[in-house]
Ligand binder design. Structure first.
Ligand code: HEC
Length: 150
């Protein structure tokens, strides 16, 4: 009973606060959060917000794909690189529509940075800790993986 009365009281208090102008306060707080998020996304050391893919990041991603990923995933991302034959499970074929539909960009990014084990896959899928503070390069790699699936 007590809890119930508290429940109604709480609703009434929220309604009163809204009437008293809490809504503009809330939206002002949301605005300053957006500003913070924008500031953070221009900071290369913050990996949280999705980073803009620059031409430079694309060039680095292309180089990384050839030098690191192609060994297992293949030059064209078909999961048939020189090292793939020895792997079980095999590297993902990025051309698989089914696989493309099953993953989010955030999960692909996590698999790239933290490795397969971090997303419940084979530990053979190597982590790339040096990319942790390179959100634009990671975003460019995700973009590349997505393009191979189109
Ligand atoms: C040593 C071999 C190897 C290398 C190098 C490698 N991968 Fe993988 N990768 C794998 C294997 C094996 C899997 C599949 C794991 C499974 O199905 O359990 C995988 C899975 C993935 C996935 C799927 C993740 C998911 O959530 O479904 C992505 C994306 C991926 N790799 C991207 C990359 C990228 C980009 C690179 C280069 C930066 C890379 N991999 C380098 C072996 C490798």
């Amino acid at each position: 009973m007590k809890a119930r009365r508290f429940g109604y009281g709480f609703v009434a208090a929220v309604m009163a606060m809204t009437a008293a102008g809490a809504a503009p306060l809330v939206s002002r707080a949301a605005n300053s959060y957006q500003m913070l998020a924008q500031a953070a996304s221009t900071d290369n050391h913050d990996s949280a917000p999705p980073a803009a893919v620059t031409a430079d990041a694309r060039a680095q991603a292309a180089e990384i794909f050839t030098s690191r990923c192609a060994t297992c995933h293949g030059d064209q991302g078909r999961g048939n690189g020189p090292a793939a034959a020895n792997l079980n499970p095999r590297p993902v074929n990025f051309h698989s529509r089914k696989w493309q539909r099953s993953v989010t960009d955030a999960r692909i990014a996590q698999a790239i940075v933290q490795g397969g084990k971090a997303v419940g896959l084979s530990a053979e899928m190597a982590s790339n800790p040096d990319l942790e503070n390179e959100p634009a390069v990671v975003a460019a790699l995700v973009e590349r993986v997505r393009k191979l699936g189109k």
